[in-house]
Structure formats: structure tokens, C-alpha cells
Design a protein around this ligand. Structure first.
Ligand code: CU
Length: 222
């Protein structure tokens, strides 16, 4: 069933997938139980000669239990999922590891602007390199992204990295990842942002160390 997902190529992707399956199985178990009970009651208490419909006047606590007990169980399961997901949350949204590559990513109707600080390592200097739709990173290196938006809310989504983060105008949100396999992976916008939303796609190229060095040589130095 894990074949539903694109192949995971990020260090925290496994944690995200485990969390997905945990929520999936808990949800499925409740779905089967609830629908099963409905079916059982429909058949067991169907109209027949032997039974008369009861008029329920209400016995507050005994009947409330039908709501309160499942609500308590749902709450306990919810807190359990939170507790089991804390590790994944900490990995993705907590303190990011020391970055090897830093870049700025700005969503715009309808594209992704990717800015590299260039050879001097400082943003907003003449040697910055700005690319549209193309992100190049080395494999097994920590990439730190300062994510923003020029206009409306977008959402940076790379399914293969199990990484999705809204991009908000007027705010810079830190995002990080470490890709574990070289290849080309699709970048999508996961927030309906206007007429060209579906065309707001880019490509993340994860290079081997040598091919990243070559890409830097060919693109950073004039
Ligand atoms: Cu968008």
C-alpha cells in the first residue's frame, strides 16, 4: 500500500509516512466500527411484528454515555497520535541542523523564484543567482530555505521529500531538508493561489557532489 506514495528521498520522510499510516489505521478502525454498528442496528432493529418502536423520554446520563464515551476515546487516541507525532514534528519544524546550502525561495503568481547567494555567500549582492522553477542542491547535505511570497499565499510542496510549507507574503519561514538520493523531483504549489495555480510547478534536482560542484562552476561564476 505504500506504493501510493512517491519514493521517499528525505531524512525525515520515513517519520512522516509512519505518522500517515498510524492516522490511516486509527481512522480506518473507527470507520469500520461505526459503519458496522450502523449496519448491525439497521438489521437487528428493523421494523417487524415482534417489536414496537420505543419512545425515549431521555435518561440523561445513560444516553449521554453514547456520546461521552466515544468522545473520550477519540480524545485519548488524538493525544496518542500527537505524542507519537512529536518526534516527526520536532525533526521538521524544530531546530534545523547546520545548513550546507542556503537559498531563498519566493512564490509568485505563478512560479517559484529560487535565489542563491552566489560565491560570496551573502544575499542581495550583485553575484546572487536567481532561477525560475529550478532548484539545484547536493545530495546528503542540509539545505536551508528562507521561504516567502511576493503576492498571495502559496505552498511549497515536494512530495518526494514529504515536505510541505505554506509561503506567506510579508513573512519569511525557515524550511530545511536533506535529500538522500540524486534525481529530479517535482516541486508543486499546494495552495490554490489563482488562475495559473496548476502551472506553478518547478523541479528540484538533487546532484551528486561532483555534478553539484560542476553546476555551481557553470552557473555561479561568470
Ligand atoms: Cu501558488
Amino acid at each position: 500500500m505504500a506504493k501510493w506514495f512517491p519514493h521517499n528521498v528525505s531524512t525525515f520522510g520515513g517519520d512522516i509516512d509512519s505518522l500517515f499510516w498510524l492516522i490511516f489505521w486509527v481512522g480506518l478502525a473507527w470507520f469500520v466500527l461505526a459503519e458496522g454498528l450502523i449496519l448491525y442496528f439497521v438489521i437487528r432493529y428493523r421494523r417487524g411484528k415482534s417489536q414496537k418502536a420505543a419512545y425515549i423520554t431521555g435518561v440523561p446520563w445513560r444516553q449521554s454515555a453514547w456520546i461521552l464515551v466515544p468522545a473520550a476515546v477519540v480524545l485519548v487516541l488524538d493525544l496518542a497520535v500527537d505524542a507519537m507525532g512529536a518526534h516527526a514534528f520536532e525533526a521538521v519544524k524544530g531546530e534545523s541542523p547546520q545548513p550546507d546550502v542556503r537559498l531563498r525561495l519566493t512564490g509568485e503568481q505563478f512560479g517559484w523564484n529560487i535565489t542563491y547567494p552566489g560565491p560570496d555567500g551573502v544575499f542581495d549582492t550583485p553575484d546572487d543567482l536567481v532561477m525560475l522553477y529550478e532548484m539545484h542542491v547536493p545530495v546528503n547535505k542540509t539545505v536551508a530555505i528562507a521561504l516567502g511570497s511576493k503576492d498571495v499565499i502559496h505552498s511549497f510542496f515536494v512530495p518526494a521529500l514529504r515536505l510541505k510549507q505554506d509561503a506567506l507574503p510579508g513573512r519569511e519561514i525557515p524550511v530545511w531538508f536533506k535529500a538522500t538520493e540524486p534525481g529530479d523531483y517535482e516541486i508543486l504549489c499546494a495552495e490554490l493561489c489563482g488562475f495559473g495555480h496548476t502551472k506553478m510547478r518547478g523541479m528540484l534536482t538533487v546532484h551528486t557532489d561532483e555534478s553539484y560542484a560542476q553546476w555551481v562552476r557553470e552557473n555561479w561564476e561568470q
